[in-house]
Design a protein around this ligand. Structure first.
Ligand code: SB7
Ligand code: NI
Length: 181
C-alpha cells in the first residue's frame, strides 16, 4: 500500500514536470497504480488506518506525488450536500469553467508540502471535467464547490503547478511563475 514515505515532497523535479497522457485503455499496471492511489486517499481519511500508518488526511492525490509522471488523479471527497465523489481518473481535462472564482476560506494544503502556506488560492467556481474513470467509462462531469477545487488542485499537479504558485503576494523558495497557456 501507499504510505507517506512514497509521497514526493516539494523540491523534487517530478512535481514540476508536465505529466504524460495515459494511453487508453489503460495498462493493467496503470490501473493498479490508480487503484492504489484511491485506496491511499480513502485510507488517509480513516482515523484508525491513518493513525496506524501515519497518514496525513488528504482528499485527493495526483500520480506525480508518488513519483509517477502520468496523468492520473484520485479523489475522495464529500461535497457541501454530503454527496461523495470517489474516483480514479485517467487524463482528466478541464474542458470549460466559470468566469466566477472561488477559494477555500482556510487556504489549501498539499501532501507534498510539509508546512502551512496561508493565503487565498483562487480557483474557478465551477468546472466541466472530462476523463476516463478507473472503471473505464469516459465521463464529462460538471463540478462545483470543494469537489471542483480538489480537481483543480490535482490537475495542477499534472501540469507541474503547486497551489502556492497561485497565491498572490506569497514568495517562497519553491514558488514558480504560472506557465502561460
Ligand atoms: C485542499 C487540499 C487538497 C486539494 C484542494 C484543497 C488536497 C490535498 C492533498 N493533495 O496534496 C493532493 O494533491
Ligand atoms: Ni497537492
Amino acid at each position: 500500500m501507499i504510505t507517506m514515505k512514497d509521497v514526493i515532497r516539494e523540491g523534487h523535479p517530478v512535481l514540476r514536470q508536465i505529466a504524460k497522457e495515459v494511453p487508453l485503455p489503460p495498462s493493467e499496471e496503470d490501473k493498479q497504480t490508480l487503484e492504489k492511489m484511491l485506496e491511499f486517499v480513502i485510507n488517509s481519511q480513516n482515523p484508525e488506518i491513518a493513525e496506524q500508518y501515519g497518514l496525513r488526511p488528504g482528499i485527493g492525490l495526483a500520480a506525480p506525488q508518488i513519483g509517477i509522471s502520468k496523468r492520473m488523479i484520485a479523489v475522495h471527497v464529500y461535497d457541501e450536500n454530503d454527496n461523495l465523489v470517489s474516483c480514479g481518473m485517467f487524463n482528466p481535462k478541464i474542458i470549460s469553467h466559470s468566469v466566477e472564482l472561488n477559494h477555500l476560506e482556510n487556504g489549501e494544503g498539499c501532501l507534498s508540502v510539509d508546512r502551512d502556506v496561508p493565503g487565498i488560492v483562487p480557483r474557478y467556481s465551477r468546472i466541466t471535467v472530462k476523463g476516463t474513470t478507473l472503471e473505464g467509462e469516459e465521463v464529462t462531469w460538471r463540478l462545483k464547490g470543494l469537489t471542483s477545487i480538489v480537481f483543480q488542485h490535482e490537475i495542477d499537479h499534472l501540469n507541474g503547478i503547486m497551489f502556492y504558485d497561485r497565491i498572490e503576494g506569497y514568495e517562497g523558495k519553491f514558488k514558480r511563475a504560472l506557465p502561460k497557456l
